[in-house]
Design a protein around this ligand. Sequence first.
Ligand code: HAM
Length: 431
Amino acid sequence: MSTTLQAIRGMNDILPADAELWEQFEETIRDWLRAYGYRPIRMPLVEPTPLFARAIGEVTDIVEKEMYSFEDSLNGEKLTLRPEGTASCVRAVLQHNMLYDGPKRLWYMGPMFRHERPQKGRYRQFHQVGVEALGFTGPDIDAEQIAMCARLWDDLGLEGIRLEINSLGQSEERARHRADLIAYLEQHQDQLDAEAKRRLHSNPLRILDTKNPAMQAMVEAAPKLMDFLGDESLGHFNGVQQTLKDLAIPYRINPRLVRGLDYYNLTVFEWVSDELGAQGTVCAGGRYDGLVAQLGGKPAPACGFAMGIERLLALWQDQGYKHETLAPDAYFVHQGAAAGRFAFRAAEALRSAGFAIHLHCGGGSFKSQMKKADASGAPVALIVGDDEAAENAVTVKELRAEAEQQRIGFDQLADHLGDIIFSMEDDDGSL
Ligand code: HAM
């Protein structure tokens, strides 16, 4: 006997009950993005490997150890399943010369792939909604993107997501800070753990992120990037903060917020929930003014963020959101060859009139079909036997209300069903 095949670890099926929740989330997302003037873009899941190495940075966890990379068996080209969307989005923008007539606001949604150790909230295939604004210089767009997120949490009814921001300045400012930081860390060599020693010259900023309690005091006292920022960088950061204050969006400046991708400068931000355990960052992003030029385009500033859909949905459910399973308007029950053919035609006619009809397939007794009708959640069963078929009529039985069942002619069926559903919505108070 062959064993059943399983999905790859860290790559999950999303079963119907959850997939319906995803669809409701996606509807909210589309309305929300439209309200801010963002337009959709869809990029391939597979890109040339050098795109990510150049954009995200050679010395990052993602590029060093988390990418699903392989060679095209036909031409040997090195390919990678996208670990994030920003690099692909910028590549697409450049390839199609999309900035020729001014700045663009773009968004995408879909799976990303990272070979991380799976745990709650961390998967190997996960999904992001990504938002990218290209061609905007001022701090207004950074602040608007942060405000957008605050509005989305509100639209979804999510609570307790806190905002952390920081400024990474410009590359020259980071270079001066980096030199000072390395000198400082070298003076404290004896306190560095193995991981920190490995990163000392390749990525010293990440050492500031250490979770090692023995290094905390030393790291606290290390030179701070903020002290190396010039007037322009500070002015940009103050501009972002001013708008956040004007809009009464609470935030905390976290000088240790450095992000795991190399393309950022100036503003960076993360939205974090304490209710999700270790993987609490539900949304993260910032400015990446150098990336367009780095990928071969005419220099253009940019700013964006992405949120982890799995994490947001877990929070949404934990905080009590119950999604609606959409029941059909009616379940069609039928028995006999003539009745079956008539039911098929009637069901199609009702769908043309705008109703959602679940037509029973696969035969079975009236009794078992009626059980299925009940389980479907439909408010109405439409029943056709030989008698009804001969009369071109359907017996209409309300399943959620006390009402006489009635035999209704084919021509009046859509109106009659509409009346029942309309009166139910009235009772609900939902219309
Ligand atoms: P990121 O911080 O790598 O940024 O990912 C953004 C979000 O994706 C995270 O905050 C998290 O919610 C979710 N996420 C990341 N990895 C996983 C995983 N293994 N499992 C589940 N969720 C995950 C970016 O990807 C940037 N492209 C964001 C950006 C867009 N910056 C500018 N524009």
